[in-house]
Design a protein around this ligand. Structure first.
Ligand code: FES
Length: 103
């Protein structure tokens, strides 16, 4: 059974931006793309233990604020060093202006 968890409202995130979402001991980033799709990933960089919520979102990528590694936020793929381990992604569902992620 999928476990859908309410993360935020769609209006909480500007296009090409992100927010941090904490649930239990886990931290996620919820990203809204320029074309209004929503994506959820691990909120911690796979290079060192740095929160990605302070990073930049641009052109389908999220950039870590510490050493500027980038990840494809649709696939979680690490696309620029120094990160070489992909981020875990989580399914997202948008319903009635609310964003749910499957944890
Ligand atoms: S901590 Fe993210 S690139 Fe180093």
């Amino acid at each position: 059974m999928p476990n859908w968890t309410l993360a935020c409202a769609t209006a909480d995130i500007e296009p090409d931006d992100l927010i941090r979402f904490d649930h239990g001991s886990q931290t996620f980033v919820i990203i809204r793309s320029e074309d209004d799709t929503f994506h959820a990933l691990d909120g911690i960089c796979s290079h060192e233990h740095v929160h990605l919520c302070d990073g930049l979102v641009m052109e389908g990528q999220i950039e870590c604020p510490k050493h500027s590694a980038t990840f494809d936020y649709r696939s979680g793929e690490a696309t620029r060093a120094p990160a070489c381990v992909n981020l875990k992604t989580f399914p997202v569902r948008v319903q009635d202006g609310q964003v749910y992620i499957e944890i």
